[in-house]
Write a protein that binds this ligand. Structure first.
Ligand code: MG
Length: 449
């Protein structure tokens, strides 16, 4: 099934209310949607998301560029394509933006495979269940008052959820304990309750809070310290009875292996859009099985259902309603369990008509489109100059600039005019940047600080 084209589209979907965590203030979610077209007429769909949405541009650009390497490949050869892309991004890095792009493309390939074969992805991977318990993650924010927390927890119960996650990160650790106790009292002892610190503490604070939270009976204490602090996670995992969960910002099996080796996590949380797509999520899941560790997907609730349906140790879904607006199909719940879709592919197709209203400005050319023509140096310089007065004929008689060693001249000299033209006013020299001024690429961060 030959791949004939890759297309991308960006959307910036506003949230109904801002999300406040220990380290986030989120107003909208930016998504790059990826489409892999095949000669069979099947189109695979994948996506990645960005916080904040203004980082979409490099993510989309990398996805489009990397996608060019898929043209002409057989969409069924996902393992081979994964390694081709992995090798290609060696220089720019096996983490960060390249891995987001690789993940979204891999997701789209699995979707295409499933659609072509008329099978859901979980069945292609080896199915193990029809439904999975889901915890509600779209609430119980730090911004809620204690009364609001309790009311929201009860709402989730009424909706049928038997598991939910709250956030930690109040300046006084005692307040976090009081809030967790209030939620536990509201939902009772049989409901699974998790708490996420979003990397907001240091080890000392997390240890003190973690010890005080033990009687609450949390299912896990998530990212108590910064994700890169593997030793800190390990110290907390050793000191506390409450399981420690982490891994949502890790890339590939090579990010998860040190966590396992250091005994830094009791629950691993791969993120489908970052870990390396469906292919790499499965590798991490199987690696975790060798240590009898559970994995629970981070976000990507819809697509991750297929992984829950394929991995025996992936038995709790994070339900976050943010991405629901992307798709025409919705997750079906019954008694707090999410059905693993049996529709071909990933089982959720983009609702393109609805998404039209959220289109973000295009950030990069689609890989299927021809590459933009590089402007000449003079044309590029001209963009920044005031318009030159009009003359009858252009007095362009400049010689072709000498090529530097190893480079080609960027533009050919134009043909000489028949008659000698009036000399044009000399273009003003471009001002050199004040060395003390903030460079453009840092300015945004400075403004936001
Ligand atoms: Mg988290």
């Amino acid at each position: 099934m030959k791949i004939t084209g890759i297309r991308t589209m960006t959307v910036d979907v506003p949230l109904e209310e801002p999300v406040i965590t220990a380290i986030h203030d989120i107003r909208s979610i930016g998504y790059v949607l990826v489409f892999v077209d095949t000669e069979a007429g099947v189109t695979g769909e994948g996506h990645l998301f960005s916080l904040p949405a203004r980082h979409l541009a490099p993510l989309e650009a990398m996805t489009a560029v990397l996608g060019q390497s898929l043209i002409g490949e057989d969409a069924h050869r996902v393992e081979g394509i994964w390694h081709k892309l992995w090798t290609e991004v060696n220089f720019v890095g096996h983490k960060g933006v390249p891995l987001f792009a690789l993940s979204a493309l891999d997701m789209a390939l699995w979707d295409a495979r499933g659609k072509a074969l008329g099978q859901p992805v979980h069945r292609l991977l080896g199915s193990c269940r029809d439904a999975v318990p889901a915890y509600h993650s779209g609430g119980l924010w730090l911004s809620r008052s204690r009364d609001e927390l309790v009311a929201e927890a009860k709402t989730f119960l009424k909706q049928g959820f038997r598991a939910m996650k709250m956030r930690l990160g109040k300046p006084r650790w005692q307040e976090d304990v009081e809030r967790a106790e209030a939620v536990r009292d509201a939902v009772g002892p049989d409901i699974r309750l998790m708490a996420d610190a979003n990397q907001g503490f240091d080890v000392r604070h997390a240890l003190r809070l973690g010890r005080a939270l033990e009687p609450v009976g949390l299912d896990w204490f998530e990212e108590p310290v910064p994700a890169y602090d593997v030793a800190g996670h390990a110290a907390l995992a050793a000191a506390l009875d409450t399981p420690i969960a982490t891994g949502e910002t890790e890339y590939t099996r090579y990010g998860f292996r040190p966590l396992i080796e250091a005994k830094a996590a009791d629950v691993l949380m791969p993120d489908l859009g970052r870990v390396g797509g469906v292919t790499e999520f499965m590798r991490v899941g199987h690696m975790a099985q060798a240590w009898d560790l559970p994995v629970s997907p981070h976000l990507y609730s819809e697509a991750s259902l297929q992984l829950c349906g394929a991995l025996r140790n992936c038995d709790l879904l994070e339900y976050m309603p943010w991405s629901a607006r992307l798709f025409g199909d919705k997750i079906e719940f019954e008694d707090g369990r999410a059905r693993i879709p049996d529709r071909p592919g990933l089982g959720f197709s983009f609702d393109l008509d609805a998404l039209e209203a959220f289109r973000a400005a295009p950030a990069a050319q689609s890989a299927a489109a021809p590459a933009p023509k590089r402007p000449s140096r003079r044309a590029a310089a001209k963009k920044d100059e005031p318009p030159a007065p009009k003359t009858e004929a252009k007095p362009k008689a400049r010689a072709v600039p000498k090529a530097r060693a190893g480079t080609k001249p960027e533009a050919k000299a134009p043909p000489k005019p028949e008659t000698a033209p009036e000399p044009a006013p000399k273009p003003a020299r471009r001002k050199r940047r004040d060395p003390g001024k903030t460079p453009w690429y840092l300015r945004r961060e400075t403004e936001d600080a």
